[in-house]
Design a protein around this ligand. Structure first.
Ligand SMILES: Nc1ncnc2c1ncn2[C@@H]1O[C@H](COP(=O)(O)OP(=O)(O)OP(=O)(O)O)[C@@H](O)[C@H]1O
Length: 285
């Protein structure tokens, strides 16, 4: 496993434990959607993975790196797109690329130009002259062009307009190699549904569900019907019918995973990985 978190305990000063024995591992080359309610600790976990916060106890490894050491070899290999990235406001995009790109040995300037063009941004504009969403696009472009092995994006589509969200999906899908691992924390599940191959749900200080998206659609049907299917693992009333998750029958067509429904199933019913691998009945009305 390229990312490995064992027995992680963490609390902010004078606050109760936010993570209590958190375990998580991520296979190399994954694109993971990290979901959780407000305040679940998604940003905190990303800060711990990037070594900007230190665990109280437990172990975090990204490849052979211990993030809290913040060794140069690690810093060259990780890019963290924080929610509130600090930036030199008077720099132009092209200056920013030159100055900051120098810290990343695999930085690819032509890739930067291409992604920036995909987003429709002009390189000579100053960072302070950009809107919030436009700046986000610059940092996304920069992050992908670093070609770091570890990419952590915190709410990357927050502030992007509707057309830019589809550009986001296209540039992310088109600019990752098999050796790169991307963790995306988000509430905007529709923005990442087609992009991710794993989903991790953070709840009550633990990763409550960590699953391969293909495996989920292999095992479960995510559907809608006028009646609640008897064998549903989880069902929610919507309008006049139900949204449900039920086990998939042999030779039945696969359905796309609904992250929203999966998230709701995990949160409402405290389903963990073991529970979701066995059929259980639950209902939210
Ligand atoms: N610097 C800090 N000092 C003290 N408490 C903090 C600090 N940063 C975050 N917290 C608290 O830790 C908890 C987790 O916050 P965090 O930002 O990691 O959650 P999140 O899942 O990213 O939330 P959101 O989805 O709202 O962005 C919250 O209760 C928050 O108030």
């Amino acid at each position: 496993m390229i990312v490995s978190v064992k027995d992680l305990n963490f609390s902010y000063r004078k606050k109760p434990l936010l993570f209590d024995g958190l375990q998580w591992s991520v296979p190399e080359g994954s694109v993971v959607g990290l979901l959780g309610k407000n305040g679940a600790g998604k940003s905190t976990l990303l800060h711990l993975l990037s070594g900007l916060l230190f665990p109280k106890s437990g172990m975090i490894a990204l490849g052979s790196h211990n993030p809290k050491d913040r060794k140069p070899a690690f810093l060259e290999d990780i890019f963290f797109l924080a929610d509130d990235i600090a930036y030199p406001s008077t720099m132009s995009i092209s200056k920013y690329e030159k100055v900051m790109g120098a810290f990343y040995p695999e930085f690819d300037s032509s890739q930067f130009d291409q992604i920036l063009a995909d987003f429709g941004l002009d390189k000579e504009v100053k960072l302070k002259e950009l809107s919030l969403g436009e700046r986000k696009k610059v940092f996304l472009t920069f992050g992908l062009s670093t070609n770091c092995r570890f990419l952590l994006f915190d709410e990357p589509t927050n502030g992007l307009d509707i057309p830019s969200k589809s550009v986001f999906r296209k540039v992310v899908a088109g600019n990752l190699s098999d050796e790169q691992t991307l963790i995306i924390s988000t509430h905007l599940v529709a923005d990442v549904e087609k992009l991710i191959d794993r989903v991790a749900i953070l709840n009550n200080g633990k990763i409550q569900l960590d699953a391969d998206v293909l495996e989920l659609s292999d095992r479960w049907v995510f559907g809608t019907s006028s009646n609640r299917p008897d064998e549903a693992l989880h069902a929610e009333k919507v309008g006049t019918g139900y949204q449900f998750i039920r086990s998939r029958k042999v030779q039945e067509a696969q359905t796309p995973v609904s992250l929203e429904l999966l998230f709701s199933a995990v949160l409402h019913n405290s389903l963990n990985e073991n529970a979701i691998l066995q059929t259980q009945n639950s209902e939210v009305l």
